[in-house]
Design a protein around this ligand. Structure first.
Ligand code: ASP
Length: 355
């Protein structure tokens, strides 16, 4: 994989390093600067580094692999999710933890995708970014980045405290496939409505060990980066009509639909809508039902407005985020040819993404 070169960051400090961490710099606001038109644009990692003389105080051995060029995360592609997974797998033995610097816009999608691609993960993979570039005086970049480094290097009795794919942002450590970007202006960009936060950083970092997945040190990391993007997300709205739904569900090569329904999984129970769902499933497509609400869960059959869904064969996504459902569906479609196996994969929690 020579398209990604690893560089050591030379930091001078006395004594032994506490841990070895690999930073994967993909871009995002954290490392952006302003171009001639005054728009924020991604810059090289050296730009980030030059603003963090404090790094040497952490006594860490750091290396970095950068996307070339670094990107705004609105441009991330699914093969680049695979690149991140492959970088982690290739350097897994040499490092105690991994930091992924990533734009906030699609961070929850990438973190969710990685949580499915990295099987038997036993080391921390901590995503972070910022709402303001690191060069801005009031930037949140420094705290987010330093906090992520602290968490990725936190070990007790040779065991990592957080062997999971997570997002650390604005003092909170959130499981990656439970996170949602909920704010584009203030610093509290991410929320985890349906799962407790894994840690909170104040004067100390308080870990919520009961909520953190236990590492199984007897198993070894394996990766599977195959994803199938033949899917669509349909967000319901009052007034949605047959023409639109029919056109969308009959898109060429479409294999899966994430249905963002109302409240606890409700849909218009009009005959035309239910027929479109039935026809899509009869033609071999998979429909995964998640709620438009950030908190709560899909309970098919709780209301009359969702009672037909189980019978038709719509799969309940329970309390999964749209981001987790989208990436799980892409992963499932690429890896299970057999419909029953695919459905059973979608129905059960595989990476802590549903309760
Ligand atoms: N557009 C930026 C990105 O996602 C936003 C950010 O980083 O906060 O790359």
């Amino acid at each position: 994989m020579n398209k990604f070169e690893i560089e050591d960051i030379h930091l001078e400090f006395e004594g032994e390093a506490r841990a070895r961490l690999l930073i994967i710099y993909t871009g995002g606001t954290l490392g952006m600067g302003y171009n001639e038109e005054g728009a924020l644009t991604p810059m090289e990692f050296g730009h980030v580094l030059s603003r963090l003389p404090i790094l040497k105080e952490l006594r860490l051995r750091l290396s970095v692999i950068s996307f070339d060029p670094p990107i705004d995360s609105s441009n991330i592609r699914i093969d680049q999710w695979g690149d991140i997974a492959k970088i982690i797998a290739e350097h897994y033995e040499g490092f105690d933890g991994f930091i992924v610097l990533h734009g906030t816009d699609t961070m929850a999608y990438t973190a969710s995708a990685l949580s499915f691609m990295l099987r038997n993960l036993n080391k921390p993979v901590i995503f972070t970014g910022a709402q303001l570039p690191i060069g801005s005086p009031r930037s949140d970049a420094r705290e987010n980045f330093i906090g992520a480094l602290e968490i990725a290097s936190a070990y007790k009795a040779d065991k990592p405290l957080v062997p999971e794919v997570c997002i650390f942002f604005n003092h909170l450590l959130i499981r990656g496939n439970r996170a949602k970007k909920v704010e584009s202006n203030h610093f509290d960009a991410f929320e985890s409505e349906n799962y407790p936060v894994l840690a909170e950083a104040g004067i100390t970092i308080d870990y919520n060990s009961a909520a953190i997945r236990l590492a199984d040190s007897s198993s070894t990391l394996s990766i599977n980066t195959m994803m199938d993007d033949s899917i669509v997300v349909l967000k319901l709205f009052p007034g949605i009509n047959l023409n639109v739904v029919h056109g969308l569900f009959n898109t060429k090569n479409l294999k899966g639909i994430v249905l963002e329904s109302y409240g606890s999984g409700n849909v218009p129970n009009e005959p035309w809508f239910l027929k479109e769902l039935r026809d899509a499933i009869d033609s071999g497509k998979v429909i995964l039902n998640v709620s438009q609400c950030n908190g709560g869960r899909v309970v098919q059959g709780k209301y009359q407005a969702s009672s037909a869904l189980d019978k038709i064969g719509v799969i309940s996504g329970h309390d999964m985020t749209t981001e987790a459902a989208t990436t799980k569906l892409m992963y499932g479609l690429a890896n299970f040819q057999n419909q029953e196996e695919l459905k059973s994969f979608l129905k059960k929690p595989v990476s802590g993404e549903m309760t």
